[in-house]
Design a protein around this ligand. Structure first.
Ligand SMILES: [Fe+2]
Length: 358
């Protein structure tokens, strides 16, 4: 069959195309094509690849201490992506009643003052703040920039094996309970629920802590650079996820530089793909500036650049079964994207699409 697909030529099939279920984990079929199938010349509608730089988002909390993170994309499964550029300490305590939060620090250092002590986060850190954990954020170095993923499901580190991809003992860090909140007196507490924010006025700081008595502290951090990419040598293969939500609605991967040949063109039947380029020095195709995001909605043909970049780069990927849409704030910073190298689509391909509400 391979000989027929190749027209009798030796070597790999031309313009290999992968159709796959369950992300990279389910049924699949590979075909050879006479030409690449990822280009488009015109598009109308909303289910369209876009790219944006999270530095370009209009983020009110950059200058307004009372402002909240800004949602720039949301999915049908009630997952949201927000960004924050907070430059001053949060003047309230925060608790999410509906969702687990996973923060990714793009720029700056921040202290997360939590129910369980203080955790200092640095660029490249993922910080997990599960539902009902109270915290406030104190910028240590500015400017700061974070991506905040909210999911109504529980997030867990879930690598393919208990060691290898993640060194839990060495690299997963927890808040220091000896560094309790040093605030005192009346505190405003903001609780986020499905229908908005509820404000409590408290007589004391709810984050004040005497010590951990037992159990496992649910807040953790892990740096992207400390997650080893999974690959197959010498030809390459799919990445492996390091974290997941309960139903596997969300899967998180390092998509950093790794050995192997260029991936096939892809139709991802069940997952949107959102790739965040954290930093170089190497470029990942047309993603070459820290903070760039490439979003390919499910079922849209894409190829993606070679990942075997000698200089190396760090990037991460969210797969989402819930179809994403950009909010008006996201659209204001976004551009149409071609899905070969994840560059900007030429202007001739005009998109007529109405932004959706947050
Ligand atoms: Fe893909």
């Amino acid at each position: 069959m391979a000989d027929n697909a190749n027209g009798g030529r030796p070597g790999p099939p031309p313009n290999a195309h992968l159709w796959s279920r369950d992300g990279f984990n389910g049924d699949m079929c590979v075909t050879a094509r006479p030409y690449p199938i990822v280009e488009y010349t015109r598009v109308q509608g909303r289910h369209v690849p876009h790219r944006l730089d999270i530095h370009d988002l209009d983020l009110p909390d950059r200058s307004d201490p009372e402002a909240l993170p800004t949602v720039f994309a949301a999915s049908r499964k009630d997952v949201s992506l927000a960004a924050s550029a907070r430059s001053t300490p949060t003047p309230f305590a925060w608790r999410n009643a509906e969702s687990d939060e996973l923060h990714f620090v793009q720029d700056g250092e921040l202290d997360y003052v939590t129910d369980f002590g203080t955790l200092r986060a640095e660029p490249g850190d993922f910080v997990c703040l599960p539902r009902a954990v109270t915290y406030r954020v104190v910028p240590v170095t500015t400017p700061t920039l974070r991506v905040i993923v909210e999911t109504p499901e529980q997030l867990r580190l879930d690598p393919p094996a208990p060691f290898g991809m993640i060194s839990f003992g060495r690299d997963v860090k927890y808040p220091d309970p000896a560094l309790s909140s040093d605030a005192s007196g009346p505190t405003e507490l903001l609780v986020k629920a499905f229908d908005g924010i509820t404000r409590f006025s408290l007589p004391h700081d709810p984050l004040a802590l005497l010590g951990i008595v037992g159990g496992q502290v649910p807040v953790w951090k892990l740096n992207l650079a400390d997650i080893q990419p999974l690959t197959y040598v010498p030809h390459g293969g799919p990445p492996g996820s390091f974290a997941a939500s309960t139903s596997r609605d969300l899967l998180f991967y390092t998509l950093s530089a790794r050995p192997g040949t260029r991936p096939p063109m892809h139709h991802n039947a069940d997952y949107d793909e959102l790739i965040f380029y954290f930093r170089g020095p190497g470029a990942y195709g047309a993603l070459d500036q820290p903070g760039q995001l490439a979003w390919t909605p499910k079922s849209v043909g894409h190829w993606g650049p070679p990942e075997d970049v000698p200089e190396g780069y760090l990037a991460w990927l969210i797969e989402s079964t819930g179809t994403f849409r950009l909010t008006p704030v996201g659209h204001a910073a976004a551009h149409l994207m071609e899905t070969g190298q994840f560059g900007r689509q030429p202007e001739s391909a005009d998109a007529e699409q109405a932004p959706v509400s947050a």
